[in-house]
Design a protein around this ligand. Structure first.
Ligand SMILES: [Zn+2]
Length: 201
């Protein structure tokens, strides 16, 4: 009886082998690797007025440089595409943070760019020192025409406060783009002294 069972098993195995189902795959198929997607994270405030930065090891940051997008709408993803594709910057999004105005992302939403996540220098200042050591924050909007929203300013102050705390940046090193380069950025309506006053409180 045992012999018969063994014989049946052998026949079944041979049939399987002939059909190909007992064949051992020679090589596992290679995983298809998609090109890396830009890492852009929304960062909603957990407590109103208090922003928690993602936990990353901090490098040598000495300045905060504030910009506007000079466009009525936008988002970190949109600017990343523009910088990567239109300008040909391999590292994409030149800013470290983007603050939305409701046209592209939520009004006051802070998005964290991959340059912050990986602590790499920015491409926003047009000055080596400020690209290398300056944290670039872009508010969506054209502040030559419009004004930043209250929500944007609230998020900006919270974000800068947190960056100052984590990176030990003094308030005099919180600058507008036009302080360091010949440009109108962040627009004539940007309330710099209002922001600075809030930071000093
Ligand atoms: Zn700028």
């Amino acid at each position: 009886m045992r012999r018969l069972e063994g014989l049946i098993l052998l026949v079944l195995f041979l049939v399987c082998l002939l059909c190909g189902c007992a064949e051992v795959p020679k090589e596992m198929p290679k995983a298809v690797t998609a090109p890396p997607k830009p890492e852009v994270k929304p960062m909603p405030p957990e407590v109103p007025g208090v922003l928690k930065l993602p936990h990353v090891p901090i490098t040598d940051w000495r300045y905060v440089v504030v910009h506007h997008s000079a466009s009525p709408s936008g988002s970190a993803e949109a600017f990343d595409y523009y910088h990567r594709v239109k300008r040909g910057w391999d590292r994409g999004l030149g800013y470290h943070f983007v603050i939305g105005n409701g046209n592209g992302t939520r009004n006051g939403q802070v998005e964290v760019g991959h340059r912050w996540m990986y602590q790499i220098e920015g491409a926003h200042a047009g000055q080596a020192e400020y690209n290398q050591h300056g944290i670039g924050i872009c508010l969506v909007g054209d502040f030559d025409e419009d004004c930043p929203t209250g929500e944007q300013l609230e998020s900006l102050v919270s974000l800068i406060r947190e960056l100052q705390r984590v990176c030990h940046i003094p308030s005099e090193n919180v600058v507008m783009h036009r302080h360091i380069k010949t440009t109108e950025c962040p627009g004539r309506n940007f309330p710099y002294y209002e922001v600075l006053t809030q930071l000093l409180q």
